[in-house]
Write a protein that binds this ligand. Structure first.
Ligand SMILES: Nc1ncnc2c1ncn2[C@@H]1O[C@H](COP(=O)(O)OP(=O)(O)OP(=O)(O)O)[C@@H](O)[C@H]1O
Ligand SMILES: [Mg+2]
Length: 474
């Protein structure tokens, strides 16, 4: 108990906290150390002491330096970097500010999580992160009341206890994976945590005290905005991140991934040559992703192979990573573009789809067979896609004349549309134009041009609506 009191000296805690601590100490004095209550109270006081109370780290206000740190860690992402620097600038001028909640949205492996860490470095704050993925229960965020056996503070308080700073950069990772079930909805607790008007009095059930979260810089990450609860979304300042094009990936690999993997495999001393052509081969033939995670993994495989060679032979100083070496280590290319260069029979049209992991190419096929005018759709399609098909068919039927089709063709035939890879659920409106093209192609017996892929929702009057996610689809 004496040690508790000693550790509590110099704590800058609130009046309520100081009072609670004093009361706890008094209680402990009256208790026998072997009673279970004793340890409950002891643990609670221990938490009180461990928690940072108004202990702030000094922000680095040198904007140029901060920019350098950000640029050193990540290629591109100028929009976010600017936003962070603006934030710093305001903080510097005003001295104090309710932190906005930034939320990075984008496909996997494009550096959302790692950017968070880099931001902490750039502004000289401590860094904590926890993943909201699979969190079901409000009490995981807010803690259990002490009276429960095995009660614990919530994850927010636990994390702050770990970083020992009241103004860290706090990454709430994978916000779209937040669970929800009969045990309660954690997003309602998050609502309070993330609201700058409310979070200076965040209440943890275990701590039984209010804690000021208003100086914490919260950054959330998510793959898809749609999965985030609307009320929660409203509190966030959304920053969209796009996937990278091949040229950008090449730069990222050269400037960041390769040096990182080299170091991770103890190859610092060696010179490794890996030219652009080889990198492009790696990117195009061994990975298919918006981000660079798979690319990083492939580079790691190559580095492992080189490390083995270096360990076996003390003489070598230099490695040349050639296309042959890539094939030797990683095997035959996994992805080729051959498929798309062949011309297809009538009834096949190529669509571009957007999923939150990036772009994808869909071959949509259709056939006609004698029947009574039915429309069958297969390939694990969602409702929206089924509706697109119906709309497309209705459009064709109502424009038989312009399209030079015999109206009776619909009465005597069934149409079957199939979107291959039935194991993957597919949905979204932008397949409309592709559905229309495939049906028209099979009905007229004309081939669709090779090298042509399309995307876009159609209306009953045959207009194609604008689409989003072009960069991913590309
Ligand atoms: N622009 C970039 N510059 C340098 N490195 C990058 C860049 N983008 C991503 N990386 C690297 O790619 C790897 C994967 O990034 P990260 O784990 O941050 O992805 P993420 O966007 O959080 O993905 P997820 O949505 O799956 O969580 C990290 O090692 C990161 O450093
Ligand atoms: Mg992440």
């Amino acid at each position: 108990m004496r040690d508790l009191q000693k550790r509590a000296e110099g704590k800058k805690w609130s009046e309520a906290a100081a009072e609670m601590f004093q009361k706890g100490i008094e209680k402990l004095e009256r208790m026998h150390p072997s009673t279970p209550d004793y340890s409950t109270i002891y643990n609670h006081l221990d938490l009180l002491i461990d928690l940072p109370w108004n202990e702030y780290t000094q922000d680095v206000y040198d904007i140029r330096k901060a920019r350098k740190v950000l640029d050193n860690d990540h290629y591109g992402m100028d929009k976010i970097k600017d936003r962070i620097l603006e934030y710093l600038a305001v903080l510097k001028l005003k001295g104090d500010m309710k932190s906005p909640i930034l939320c990075f949205i984008g496909p996997p492996g494009i550096g959302k999580t790692s950017l968070g860490k880099s931001i902490a470095n750039a502004i000289g704050r401590k860094y904590v992160r926890f993943s909201l993925g699979g969190l079901h229960d409000e009490s995981e965020l807010r803690g259990h009341r002490k009276t429960y056996i095995g009660a614990m503070p919530g994850r927010i308080i636990q994390s702050l206890r770990k970083v020992k700073s009241s103004n860290p950069v706090f990454i709430l990772d994978e916000m779209d994976k937040l669970g929800r079930d009969f045990r309660g909805d954690p997003s309602s607790a998050l609502l309070e945590i993330l609201d700058p008007e409310q979070n200076h009095t965040f209440y943890d059930n275990y701590l039984e005290l209010e804690y000021d979260l208003s100086k914490v810089l919260f950054i959330a990450t998510a793959n898809s905005l749609n999965e985030i609860q609307p009320a929660l979304r409203d509190r966030l300042e959304i920053i969209n991140l796009n996937g990278y094009a091949v040229e950008e990936k090449t730069e990222i690999a050269k400037k960041h991934l390769l040096p990182k993997q080299k170091e991770a495999h103890g190859l610092d001393k060696y010179s490794i040559k890996l030219n652009n052509a080889v990198l492009v081969k790696l990117i195009q033939e061994y990975t298919r992703e918006s981000g660079v995670r798979e690319l990083e993994r492939q580079l790691a495989s190559i580095m492992r192979n080189l490390a083995m060679k270096a360990a076996m032979d003390d003489e070598v100083q230099h490695f040349d990573v050639t296309e042959d070496l890539v094939e030797e280590v990683l095997g035959k290319p996994k992805y080729t573009n051959d498929l798309y260069t062949k011309s297809n029979p009538p009834g096949v049209a190529i669509g571009l789809a957007w999923t939150y992991v990036g772009g994808e190419i869909l071959f949509i096929e259709s056939t006609i067979s004698p029947g009574k005018g039915g429309l069958t759709l297969t390939g694990n399609l969602g409702n929206v896609m089924k509706e697109s098909a119906t709309t497309a068919l209705a459009f064709i039927q109502s424009h038989c004349k312009e399209l030079q089709l015999e109206p009776s063709i619909f009465e005597k035939n069934n149409i079957h549309i199939h979107v291959p890879e039935g194991a993957v659920p597919k949905d979204g409106p932008s397949a409309g134009i592709t559905m229309l093209t495939t049906m028209l192609s099979v009905l007229t017996g004309k081939k669709v041009k090779p090298f042509l892929a399309m995307t876009g929702e159609i209306t009953l009057r045959g207009q194609v609506l604008p689409v989003g996610g072009i960069k991913e689809k590309f």
